[in-house]
Write a protein that binds this ligand. Structure first.
Ligand code: MSP
Length: 651
């Protein structure tokens, strides 16, 4: 096969579980793969995870995990999600794959040997708590960190630089001579503007970091790790077999299209082509910058609590409903706003009413009026031709739209045909024809035409919503396998094909009730992601419930043990002398069998200090130390994780 096509999604950060925005791009790329394959292309589709960098290192640390263990967990969720969505990728590249790390090192070395990478000094504004460098232009008011808002300071760090400036003219030439390189076209202007106005792309690029170590080591200077974007972009090459399978590289590189979100366009249209030029590799043919999915017109973010995850939608309404909505509702190049009610309305109108009804009406009528058999008796009327012309020409509209990744326009064209076919039912009124024995042949022709139109629809929707295509074909008595070219011809269903009544493909939703059901499912997912059993109390035999006011009555403090004395009247007791802030306290405790005096002296312990004083064997005890005791009677004194000043309150 000599028609080749290479498509990629971004290489996602597994810093968190992926949401509907990431799903959008992956579903779109998967659709293109299926579409191109049906058109006779040999397609390679890459997705994957970008696992290095400071952010991930910090996230892992916050979760108390090693970075690799942390990303492993998220990557497994991502793969599970793509699997559920039946994403037909050919390579899932992880930037921590050994072969990839080796490739990144080779690339770095090659560019260094060539003189395109050199050692220099990076000047930037450093935010110590975030361990991040910023340029002056990125800073907030008063030179504060754009991430955390704290003050930054001007600093210098040794770094390797890529001679991006050397490629400035060649890049401008690229944009000039290849108007289709950046799509949609309006993004091209944004990019070129940023090129000149912010100076981005004109200055050499810092391509190593020495302030953290979760990354690919610079091969000749192990103090440095390679800048994550060099690492991530190179994934597009490793996934194709760079370093392991030259044939595949030769076959599929350069990429036909990289799908990326609008905010990462600049890395793909400035840094990436410059790197490839430096490596003497051909450039991708196109970078398509899609828009963002917002939530009720607002950016989705975990801190705002408005992130939509695909799993609950898939669980309740199926893979195809989600895919259809994503590809139909939004225009791929622009931003769009997600809203669950809008999703349900579209499901009801397009999938349940238009398509679902057409299928169930058609199959029921064929069953009822003609014993389930499709027979074309060739009794044609004018109205048939209108339907036939539209049916066989829809494929051209779909192809035209898909050339520019206008998924929504392609689906709109298919739905125009579906609605036209529904109208054909109303025009021909098969139920009336059925009443008249003389109209039997005309009735057969009408029913056959309906099935034919649906057959063509089943081919055209195949790259978008495959499961639905398969189900329609099953009910029409056709095999699953589809041939794209068969959508250009009317009349291919064989005589006497028997239809098969099946389930309703998209049941209508009672939107009000469904919103409630969706919210519950969503909450359940968020809960399960906090930990499988985060709030299950089955084994915990708790005391009576208290309120925060009850807790407020207890005054628990950190106390330092300054002296440990034997109780004068009891062999098994100690008298502890404590320092709590500027006060001294004495408490009696029975931990003599477990702890020696040396174990305790100098230690910080927790003491309930407002407990009513009592006398124990004649010695006053003012307060009580806190300790844990398990079922076997094993005891351990409670303390704080870090050393903290005595007197500190437990809150
Ligand atoms: N790791 C880099 C990509 C490296 S590619 C060599 C990265 N990862 S990311 O996980 O943060 O983002 C991946 C993609 O998800 C980006 O293209 C981004 O635009 C997209 N999206 C993130 N949120 C989005 C929406 N709300 N809507 C649509 N896409 C969005 O950047």
């Amino acid at each position: 096969m000599d028609k080749k096509f290479y498509i990629t999604t971004p290489i996602y950060y597994p810093s968190d579980n992926l949401h509907i925005g990431h799903t959008y791009c992956t579903v779109a790329a998967d659709c293109v793969k299926r579409f191109k394959k049906m058109q006779g292309y040999d397609v390679f589709f890459t997705t994957g995870t970008d696992e290095h960098g400071q952010k991930i290192q910090e996230k892992a640390k916050d979760s108390g995990m090693e970075p690799k263990a942390y990303v492993d967990k998220i990557v497994s969720n991502i793969k599970k999600l793509w699997n559920t969505l039946d994403i037909d990728y050919d390579s899932f590249i992880r930037s921590t794959d050994e072969v990839h790390e080796k490739n990144v090192q080779n690339i770095f070395q090659k560019l260094y040997d060539k003189g395109d990478i050199y050692k220099g000094e990076y000047e930037g504004y450093y935010c110590t708590p975030c361990e991040s460098f910023w340029t002056e232009a990125q800073l907030g008011e008063g030179h504060t960190c754009p991430d955390c808002g704290r003050e930054t300071h001007l600093t210098h760090e040794e770094s390797y630089f890529f001679r991006l400036s050397k490629y400035k003219d060649k890049l401008l030439e690229l944009y000039e001579n290849n108007p289709e390189f950046i799509e949609p076209a309006f993004r091209k202007n944004e990019m070129i503007k940023s090129f000149f106005e912010t100076g981005e792309g004109l200055e050499d690029l810092s391509v190593s970091r020495s302030t953290f170590d979760w990354g690919v080591k610079v091969p000749f200077d192990e103090k440095h790790v390679v800048y994550v974007w060099i690492d991530a972009l190179s994934c597009y090459l490793t996934a194709l077999g760079l370093g392991t399978d030259d044939d595949k590289m030769d076959e599929f590189w350069p990429a036909d299209v990289h799908f990326v979100g609008k905010e990462i366009m600049r890395f793909h249209v400035i840094i990436w082509p410059a790197l490839l030029m430096a490596l003497d590799l051909p450039l991708p043919k196109k970078v398509f910058g899609h828009g963002w999915i917002l939530f009720d017109n607002d950016k989705m973010s975990k801190s705002k609590g408005n992130v939509i995850y695909p799993e609950p939608i898939i669980k309740l309404y199926g893979v195809d409903a989600l895919k259809y909505f994503l590809l139909r509702e939004f225009s791929f190049g622009s931003d769009g706003s997600f809203n669950i009610e809008k999703f349900m309305q579209r499901l009801n109108s397009d999938l349940a009413n238009d398509l679902g009804n057409l299928l169930s009406r058609t199959v029921s009528m064929v069953k009822k009026y003609n014993d389930g058999k499709l027979i074309d008796m060739g009794v044609t009327e004018d109205v048939d031709n209108e339907l036939k012309d539209m049916a066989v020409s829809t494929v051209d509209e779909v192809e035209k739209a898909m050339e520019h990744y206008h998924f929504s326009i392609a689906l709109e064209a298919i739905w125009k045909l579906i609605r036209r076919t529904n109208k054909y039912v109303d025009e021909t009124e098969p139920w009336k024809l059925a009443k008249d024995e003389d109209s039997k042949d005309r009735l057969n022709t009408v029913l056959y035409n309906l099935a034919e139109s649906l057959r063509i629809v089943s081919i055209l929707i195949h790259p978008f919503i495959k499961n639905t295509s398969v189900e329609i074909r099953k009910q029409l008595g056709l095999e699953d396998e589809v041939n794209w070219e068969d959508s250009r011809v009317f009349g291919l269903i064989e005589d006497r094909t028997t239809v098969l009544k099946g389930d309703v493909i998209f049941p209508r939703l009672d939107i009000e009730k469904e919103i409630e059901r969706f919210n519950e499912e969503n909450e359940a997912l968020l809960k399960s992601r906090l930990g499988d059993n985060s709030n299950k109390d089955e084994d915990l035999d708790t005391k009576e419930e208290v309120t925060i006011d009850d807790l407020d009555k207890l005054d628990i403090r950190v106390a330092k043990v300054v002296e440990v004395l034997d109780h004068p009247n009891a062999d098994r007791l100690y008298v502890l002398k404590l320092k709590i802030g500027n006060s001294n306290r004495q408490i009696v405790t029975n931990l003599k069998s477990k702890y020696s005096k040396e174990d305790l002296i100098g230690k910080k312990i927790l003491v309930l200090v407002n407990l009513k004083p009592i006398k124990i064997r004649g010695v006053e005890s003012v307060g009580m130390l806190l300790a844990a005791e398990d079922e076997s009677g094993e005891i351990s004194i409670a303390s704080t994780l870090e050393d903290i000043k005595e007197g500190a309150k437990i809150c």
